[in-house]
Design a protein around this ligand. Structure first.
Ligand code: 26V
Length: 814
């Protein structure tokens, strides 16, 4: 579709939009007005293809994938939509003619932070790839009124503020009240048999909640595909509010009731590491699932096909176990509403549902108390119990007398419903998110399930959309790549490998270096403006950007900086290559230890940055409120990518991929997808340190790790740790960091920070030396960019499409 025939046409349509929509002219409009007018103009254009895409899908009865996820970390949409619609340059030039800057307007959009971290951002990248590959895949999520909290640093500590991202409206969404769905909670279920002996269930005294969908278009790259991200919002049903108001006759009660129902989609739970078992969270999960599955079933029914065709036309994917109730909910609808028998409904359900696991951390595995599930979702609970009973009976046949094994695999056990078990039993495919992670699932965490259903387990190494993370975030690098190898890489990212032709081309390596320097200068300027901190663009920009968690070991990075400080202070001749350490990290509000680490990093920053003896050599910047849009500014400016989790703990990581694609070199453990990055770029182009996963397991097996022994034997460790609790510039004589000290020594350092300390220091020294050899460094950077095409989410999605969902491009089907 040609959107604007030329720049002039765009300008006149844009001016008309400002006048008609807002009654303003370029001169009287604020920046936000112009952003809004531009967004609405683009949205109108998108609408045509949105309709057409849906018509095509209907006409061809195309199989649809629904990606169910409690999180979609979308970030801003304007720039990406313009890029995908092929009008970015035209719009940018048109606006410039009118005296407006596109990037300024982009900054006016609030960042849709409807996710915690990796899992939510992966969902967003997948939507971009689905649409760009002309695949019929849609997101199904919640329209949280408050997204991921807004992080401030006050007195060096994290303080959370609500993120009311909708305050100025969200221009991309379309409310569709006509597609609302009723979701039911509580009440009780009775059953009776009809004259043919068939059981019927009656559900009474339940609390109805109205789920209202808000659709967001997902625009494909240079094609006419527009898929849908459907976000559900909770409202009271009209009947319910009427009867409530009549019955109670009191407006106050009515309002309180209304608020309590709306609260279901109020906020995103900000804890991605510990499962709390809060009933509101379970309500959110069922609300998403029930609204989503009912709406999918409605669309399927419009095709007029028999129910046995459901799995040929619909794939339901669950992003971790959070939407696992898809399984009993689909069973409920098929049996109670469509009259199907158990076996038939089960075959349909299992053939439609697939599941991705994103973590092996035991504390993050979801389980719900039986009592809570029974009272909140009585019919769903009955179905889960029946699934469990049938599953255990089948196990008994295969493994007669093996009580332990069956108890271990049961879905309902010890008064808990285990969501991972439900997900595995109810899905035809279970995948991990990197090779190592999948092996750990098969050989350890889910070994017994793997032995029972080996054919269901498979790996799908994560990916990231190269459109947002390279083409849009780093336009200078994109242009240089295109000049060198043409533009095929934009649709075939593996073509980036062609860049290897330039490995001996000094001019090209210099060009890479210049681009990195320009990006660093721009980022330094932004830091100066927003934080008031001056950083030196000629220093190494070393970044660690991810959620704050013990296993991710930001603490290791922090201790390294303390050590460098000590060296610089004690030896004025200490040879150091200037480095700027940049952190972005949010801690779950209830994760005390993680918040302490944030406080420590901020303390180190204030000590280091204010000490004239060291501040020209090392700087520390903790950027508050790390988000998708901030990542887009940082990543193109990075030299070193910190991926230093304790081996076996990081399922995949995706920041590692974004940074590699932008030419940063990884300092990392052999964990998650770092292993695959290492295997692609080779040992010389990555900085690997620390224990391997095998070594970690060996230590677990023989219980022989002693952090105290490391402390006793390594003077550097001793000195640095003592500074946490004894009088030092870092402790300032207070006991702020006692817990960190205790975690490392008294509680034997759960994440082996001290064990890997020496190896980390050694590797970081090598990084500093290598950085000075510009040509070699640039070559390593080139190799990383060249090999990064594998990590485009287009590759990942093609694998899901072929091997899990069994879907093809609409074009191919025509
Ligand atoms: C877990 C929980 C636990 C219960 C309460 C709410 C909540 C919300 C989110 C999560 C998700 C934790 C899992 C997660 O984000 N895993 C990350 O997934 C990335 C994408 O696959 C992967 O790259 C990271 O390594 C992995 O940590």
């Amino acid at each position: 579709m040609v959107m604007f025939s030329d720049k002039e046409e765009f300008k006149s349509e844009f001016k008309a939009q400002l006048e008609n929509q807002l009654g303003k002219t370029i001169d009287s409009a604020s920046e936000f007005d112009t952003y809004r007018a531009l967004g609405s103009l683009i949205q109108e254009k998108i609408n045509k293809n949105w309709l057409k895409t849906n018509q095509e899908y209907k006409k061809h009865k195309t199989k649809q994938v629904y990606y169910f996820s409690m999180e979609f970390l979308m970030g801003r949409l304007l720039g990406n939509n313009l890029l995908n619609l092929h009008v970015l340059a035209l719009v940018e030039e048109g606006l410039a003619d009118l005296g407006l800057s596109l990037s300024e307007l982009e900054n006016k959009e609030s960042d849709a932070g409807l996710g915690n971290g990796g899992l939510g951002r992966l969902a967003a990248c997948f939507l971009d790839s689905l649409a760009s590959l002309e695949l019929a895949g849609h997101g199904c999520g919640l329209r949280y009124r408050y997204g991921m909290f807004d992080q401030h640093i006050i007195d060096g500590k994290q303080v959370e503020f609500p993120d009311y991202w909708l305050s100025k409206g969200f221009i991309w969404e379309v409310r569709r009240p006509e597609d609302s769905i009723e979701v039911r909670f509580g009440g009780h279920v009775s059953s009776n048999r009809d004259k043919d002996g068939k059981l019927h269930f009656k559900y009474e005294n339940y609390q109805p909640v109205q789920a209202v969908p808000y659709d967001v278009p997902v625009v494909g790259y240079h094609n006419d595909t527009v898929n849908t991200l459907r976000l559900w919002s909770a409202e009271p049903t009209v009947e319910d509010t009427m009867t409530k108001a009549e019955r109670e006759g009191e407006f106050g009660h009515f309002l309180a009731h209304k608020r309590s129902l709306e609260s279901i989609s109020d906020f995103l739970y900000p804890d991605d590491s510990t499962e709390e078992g809060k009933s509101l969270r379970l309500k959110q999960e069922y609300f998403l699932v029930s609204a989503g599955v009912q709406s999918v079933v409605r669309s399927f029914e419009r095709l007029g096909l028999p129910w046995s065709c459901f799995p040929d036309k619909v794939a339901l994917h669950i992003n971790d176990t959070h939407p696992a109730l898809v399984i009993p909910e689909l069973m409920r609808i098929l049996m109670d509403e469509k009259g199907m028998g158990w076996e038939e409904a089960w075959d349909v359900t299992q053939a439609s549902v697939s599941y991705t696991n994103h973590t092996t951390l035991s504390e993050a595995l979801e389980s719900w108390p039986v009592g809570l599930v029974r009272s909140l979702l009585p019919r769903i609970f009955m179905i889960i119990n029946e699934i469990n009973e049938r599953f255990c009976q089948a196990l008994w046949k295969t493994y007669p007398g093996e009580f332990d094994r069956i108890a271990d695999l049961a879905i309902v056990a010890d008064g808990q419903v285990k969501m991972a078990h439900l997900s595995i039993v109810g899905s035809h495919s279970i995948n991990g998110v990197a090779k190592l992670h999948t092996d750990i699932l098969k050989e350890r965490e889910m070994k017994r399930f793997y032995n029972t259903f080996p054919e269901r387990f498979n790996n799908k190494t994560n990916g990231i959309t190269h459109r947002r993370w390279l083409m849009h975030a780093n336009r200078p690098l994109s242009s240089a790549i295109t000049e060198a190898i043409g533009d095929r890489w934009m649709t075939e990212p593996k073509e980036l490998i062609q860049l290897l032709k330039y490995k001996d081309d000094l001019a090209f390596l210099d060009r890479l270096h210049e681009i990195k320097q320009e990006n660093k200068a721009a980022f330094a300027h932004w830091i100066k403006e927003t934080q008031g901190i001056t950083i030196d663009p000629s220093s190494i920009f070393d970044v660690q950007i991810k959620r704050l968690h013990g296993y991710k070991r930001q603490l290791l990075n922090a201790l390294h900086i303390m050590h460098l400080y000590n060296e610089l202070k004690s030896d004025p001749t200490f040879d150091i290559v200037p480095r700027t350490f940049i952190f972005g990290a949010k801690a779950a509000p209830s994760y005390h230890f993680a918040k302490k680490v944030i406080q420590l990093i901020n303390r180190i920053a204030s000590v280091v940055n204010n000490d004239p003896d060291v501040r020209d050599y090392i700087k520390v910047v903790f950027l508050p409120n790390y988000s998708v849009s901030m990542a887009e500014k940082m990543i193109p400016a990075s030299n070193v990518s910190e991926q230093i989790s304790m081996a076996t703990k990081e399922a995949s990581g995706t920041g590692n991929m974004k940074l590699m694609m932008n030419g940063a070199l990884t300092v990392g453990t052999m964990d998650g997808a770092n292993v695959e990055i290492h295997d692609l770029v080779g040992h010389d182009n990555i900085y690997i340190f620390g224990l391997s996963s095998e070594e970690v397991w060996d230590y677990y097996r023989n219980g022989s790790y002693s952090s105290r022994a490391v402390y006793d034997n390594d003077e550097r460790v001793r000195h640095t740790l003592d500074q946490l609790i004894h009088y030092s510039p870092f402790s300032k004589g207070e006991r702020d960091f006692q817990e960190i000290y205790d975690a490392l020594l008294t509680y034997n350092d759960e994440y082996f920070v001290l064990k890997d300390f020496a190896s980390y220091l050694f590797t970081q020294r090598k990084v500093s030396q290598d950085y000075q050899r510009k040509r070699q460094w640039n070559l390593k950077s080139l190799v990383n960019i060249s090999q990064s095409g594998v990590f485009s989410s287009d590759r990942t999605i093609q694998e899901y499409a072929r091997e899990i969902w069994d879907i093809q491009r609409v074009q191919t089907l025509k």
